[in-house]
Design a protein around this ligand. Structure first.
Ligand SMILES: [Fe+2]
Ligand SMILES: [Fe+2]
Length: 156
């Protein structure tokens, strides 16, 4: 069974973001699965790094989207993102130094992401939809160019 199951509560209704969030949850589930097969840091660190790299890509894209949408709490939202990355960096160092922080990392990731998506991200939906919904060709153009820029050559 998946460590975190995807549910409608995690769907915020912004298609490209939902897709990215799904990938993040899948990455956490994969990391969880690998961590049951091995506790060797040489095996786990690359999987961890890939997972975090995609999270950072998602954050960069989302922050630009919020900026473009003129979301009022953009800066506070950015701070939440950077705080998570900072925590993950600290965990990575502790794990590398031989501390058994895996269960803690996984529990933190599960609760952070579930809360962040269903509360913090859900809060910006109205602002984003106002800017991007309907038939606004310029907004569509911006979206596809920005997706390409952040996820070039990779599945967004
Ligand atoms: Fe966010
Ligand atoms: Fe997000």
């Amino acid at each position: 069974m998946a460590y975190i199951s995807w549910s409608s509560e995690l769907e915020i209704g912004v298609a490209c973001i939902d897709k990215q969030h799904q990938r993040i949850i899948a990455d956490i589930n994969d990391f969880h699965e690998v961590s049951h097969k091995t506790d060797q840091s040489e095996m786990l660190i690359p999987v961890f790094d890939e997972m975090v790299a995609y999270m950072a890509q998602h954050f960069a894209f989302e922050e630009e989207l919020l900026e473009e949408a003129g979301y009022a709490f953009n800066k506070a939202h950015e701070r939440m993102h950077s705080l998570l990355l900072k925590h993950l960096d600290e965990y990575r160092e502790r794990f590398k130094a031989g501390e058994n922080v895996l269960p803690e990392i996984l529990a933190m990731l599960a609760s952070w992401w579930q809360h962040h998506i269903s509360h913090d991200d859900a809060n910006y939906v109205a602002a984003v939809n106002k800017k991007f919904s309907g038939t606004n060709p310029l907004a569509e153009e911006w979206l596809s160019a920005t997706l390409k820029m952040h996820f070039a050559g990779r599945d967004a």
